[in-house]
Design a protein around this ligand. Structure first.
Ligand SMILES: C[C@H](NC(=O)O)C(=O)O
Ligand SMILES: [Zn+2]
Length: 598
């Protein structure tokens, strides 16, 4: 060590401690607001973040006096590098307040949006969660779905169009003050990979043929159900018919598209309800999967302080999230949980975040993040790939019998594909749109036109009726109004199959030399301590190493690789190609005019 390094390490130790204290204090204020959306709680939160910004800026000026790039200790250099990016406190404080107020107001407008019932005009207080979400899961009435699809956007996105334009300019100003060309580069810094966007584009090109196949098949089955009136068999799929408010995952219309209906398995939601599952029992079930892997149980504070159901007496941000209060003890989930299959997997997703928090809680504050944001999103989903297998559902008594014939395999792969394959173009285009907006390639006059251009080009979907620039449909999606980057989910949906394959091999549930002995989609790592330890060792790294090191620690590879996903779905892809050829489907879509007129 050069002598300066000893003193520098003392400074970093001080910074880690102080940063932790401020984060803990700030998260308490954020939690208070997110779980009770009052003006008072908003003001406390905004004042708190201004106070912390003052401290962060002072320490950042101090940090710049250290010649940290010259230090020999890589850990010390990496911590300095992380703290050297000041973030939003680089803004003058009136602008910082404006940015935070814009974000809070957009998130509040989204979270409190209410719409009228499509028949009973006296009922005017339907919220996204649970009412509209459950309507999109269950309803097979195109008119009703069209009503809720349009009304929700009128009460959410449309209301924040002007907020968003101001937010874009301020977020770009934060980026420039942090020496990035624009907010797109600032957000991508989290991947610390110079050709990251090329890597993502290449992954999408590898996966796109599979997406086109499932899209063509689903469109034909929706045409069978709804007819020419609603579905053009050679055009984009209308967005309101896919079982989800944003058409981002299609698993809720599985019953309409199941390849072999005679082999359909009983619905997990019905079974959860029949067995009287409570929300708490759903969380305990998820916890038990993790402890079966020799991973951690949720600490006492988790059960005491989490908000796991929507309160009746106040407005909260219902979008599910996991919280690390950065004191090594206090970890929570906030979720408006309902007893259904989709929420059982969301619980595993959110608890996966808490497992990451628990595994890196002894890292210095600077390293208490995922190896990259995609890793953090992949933990819970990787576990869910085991949980959702018929074999596992049978083990925990949520499925009475398991049939392992060819048709059942195709049915199971279709169910998983409706979530994992369908999601990928959406996971990609969310930030394609925002990168374009930040880079001024998409002007605010064209926000909605470009949104629907991307939705058409990548997802092959269209709005159920004409949209205009009076609308602002991106603002009807949580992550847009809450300024949460999204490419992390695209990354997660690719690497979770790499993680799953590695853990299955470790658990003796998959043999890459003899894949047909037990196909990857039947693997369940439940109770495998070897698999659990392999996962834990990677999670414990936090963000202390560049993400290829973490990728190598768990998979032996150093890059993102779509082959794990493509191998997993290979039997389904073969079946789809044959089926679509048989019915003469157009693979792809011809443009229609329902999108935003130029
Ligand atoms: C995929 C993403 N998941 C999450 O926010 O936890 C979403 O819901 O849009
Ligand atoms: Zn998440």
């Amino acid at each position: 060590d050069t002598d300066g390094e000893v003193e520098a390490r003392q400074f970093i130790d001080f910074l880690n401690k102080e940063h932790g204290r401020h984060l803990n204090d700030g998260y308490h204020a954020e939690w208070a607001y997110a779980t009770n959306l009052t003006e008072h709680n908003l003001n406390v939160k905004l004042n708190k973040s201004l106070e912390h910004a003052t401290f962060t800026k002072e320490q950042w000026k101090e940090l710049n006096k250290y010649p940290w790039q010259t230090y020999s200790d890589p850990d010390l250099r990496r911590q300095f590098k992380i703290y050297s990016v000041l973030g939003s406190p680089a803004l003058e404080f009136d602008k910082l307040q404006k940015l935070e107020k814009l974000e809070s107001d957009m998130e509040s407008i989204y979270s409190t949006a209410k719409v009228s019932h499509h028949k009973d005009k006296n009922k005017t207080n339907l919220s996204l969660e649970p009412e509209l979400t459950e309507i999109f899961i269950k309803s097979r009435d195109p008119e009703a779905l069209h009503h809720y699809w349009t009304e929700f956007r009128k009460q959410s996105g449309k209301q924040v169009r002007n907020h968003y334009k101001q937010y874009v300019d301020l977020e770009n100003e934060v980026a420039v003050k942090n020496n990035f060309t624009d907010a797109a580069e600032y957000w991508l810094d989290a991947y610390d990979t110079k050709d990251f966007r090329d890597q993502v584009a290449k992954l999408w090109e590898q996966i796109r043929p599979l997406y086109l196949q499932i899209h063509a098949y689903v469109r034909r089955r929706l045409h069978d159900k709804y007819g020419d009136k609603h579905v053009n068999r050679r055009g984009p799929i209308p967005a309101h018919l896919l079982g989800n408010m944003w058409a981002q995952t299609w698993n809720n219309i599985y019953d309409l598209v199941v390849p072999y209906p005679e082999k359909t398995k009983p619905d997990v939601t019905a079974e959860l309800k029949r067995q009287g599952y409570t929300v708490n029992k759903m969380f305990r079930t998820a916890e038990e999967f993790f402890t079966s892997l020799n991973m951690s149980a949720m600490p006492p504070e988790f059960w005491e302080r989490s908000v796991l159901e929507k309160p009746k007496d106040r407005d909260i941000v219902c979008h599910a999230s996991a919280w690390d209060f950065h004191d090594g003890k206090d970890f929570r989930i906030k979720m408006c949980t309902r007893v259904n299959e989709e929420d059982l997997f969301t619980i595993h997703h959110e608890m996966g975040h808490v497992q990451y928090f628990l595994e890196y809680k002894n890292q210095p504050m600077a390293f208490r993040e995922g190896a990259n944001p995609g890793f953090h999103e992949a933990v819970g989903d990787t576990i869910s790939l085991s949980v959702q297998t018929p074999k596992h559902l049978h083990k925990i008594g949520l499925l009475s019998n398991v049939t392992n014939d060819k048709e059942s395999t195709i049915n199971d792969l279709m169910k998983t594909g409706l979530e994992k394959i369908a999601f990928l173009p959406f996971g990609y285009l969310m930030d394609l749109w925002r990168w374009g907006v930040f880079k001024k390639e998409i002007s605010h006059e064209d926000y909605n036109k470009h949104w629907w251009k991307l939705r058409h080009e990548y997802q092959g979907i269209e709005p159920p009726s004409h949209r205009s620039e009076d609308d602002f449909d991106p603002g009807a999606k949580y992550h847009i109004v809450a300024s949460v980057p999204y490419i992390r989910y695209f990354v997660s949906f690719v690497i979770q199959f790499q993680f799953h394959r590695a853990l299955c091999i470790k658990a003796g549930e998959f043999d890459p030399k003899n894949p047909s002995k037990q196909p990857l989609n039947e693997c369940d790592i439940y109770r495998s301590k070897e698999a659990g330890n392999l996962l834990k060792n990677m999670l414990a790294l936090g963000s202390s190493q560049p993400w290829p090191e973490a990728m190598e620690a768990i998979t032996g590879q150093r890059e993102m690789d779509a082959s794990a996903l493509l191998d997993y779905f290979e039997p389904l892809q073969k079946w789809l190609e044959k089926e679509n050829a048989k019915t003469g489907e157009l693979v792809g879509w011809e443009p229609t005019d329902k999108r935003v007129h130029p």
